[in-house]
Design a protein around this ligand. Structure first.
Ligand SMILES: Nc1nc2c(ncn2[C@@H]2O[C@H](COP(=O)(O)OP(=O)(O)OP(=O)(O)O)[C@@H](O)[C@H]2O)c(=O)[nH]1
Ligand SMILES: [Mg+2]
Length: 189
């Protein structure tokens, strides 16, 4: 099924724990950013939140941060402001295990009342950096940012967030070179 939601990858981070730009670090010969983008390639609209000129990703529109350096919650604000569909798939550069099936599973879990659909990680916690967000959370996100809040996990109210289990293998997150080395060695035949 063709996705009916906009894709957004927030890519304005400094990779300080990784030590070099992790979006461009290679896993199986492809940059991490490419792995994430491939999982969302079927989306009708594709947005990359990053400084102009930093990345080239064919078919993706580069959107500048409205609040540069303020973290992924600000990236979500920029993405929701530009998205023209009701739902937005929002993620980062460092989750190379995401797949089209992952996003389809989240999309199927949407309910009429939901404002967000988030997967549960291996410890049973919602992972807000690989979720679907309804466009109407934009007002709340802007309110949080204006109040000095930066935690992405507060973007949608818990009582209107659908949580999906069984997806944790797709949520391997790369923050350090050791994380990438562990992932590479697991994937070797
Ligand atoms: N648009 C935007 N994205 C951000 C910003 N800060 C972090 N991100 C992105 O949010 C995602 C998750 O953030 P982190 O894992 O903390 O990445 P990071 O901030 O580059 O790495 P550290 O410096 O080690 O914390 C990554 O895709 C980052 O590129 C920002 O200020 N603006
Ligand atoms: Mg960070």
């Amino acid at each position: 099924m063709t996705p009916d939601f906009t894709a957004a990858i927030t890519a304005g981070g400094r990779s300080s724990r990784f030590g070099s730009d992790k979006a461009l670090a290679l896993l199986r010969g492809q940059p991490l950013l490419r792995h994430v983008a491939d999982s969302l390639q079927g989306c009708p609209e594709r947005l990359l939140i990053s400084p102009a000129g930093k990345y080239v990703l064919d078919g993706w529109e580069i959107i500048s941060d409205t609040r540069p350096g303020e973290g992924p919650l600000a990236g979500l604000e920029a993405a929701l402001s530009r998205s023209s569909t009701e739902w937005l798939a929002f993620t980062g550069v460092d989750l190379p295990g995401l797949t089209p099936d992952f996003w389809a599973t989240l999309a199927q879990a949407r309910t009429p009342d939901a404002l967000a659909v988030l997967p549960l990680d291996s410890e049973g916690r919602p992972q807000p950096l690989a979720g679907l967000y309804r466009r109407e959370v934009l007002g709340r996100v802007t309110g949080l940012l204006e109040a000095g809040e930066r935690r992405l996990k507060l973007a949608a109210p818990p009582e209107k967030t659908v949580l999906v289990s069984g997806l944790s293998p797709a949520l391997r997150n790369v923050n350090t070179p050791d994380d990438l080395a562990a992932l590479s060695s697991e994937l070797k035949p």
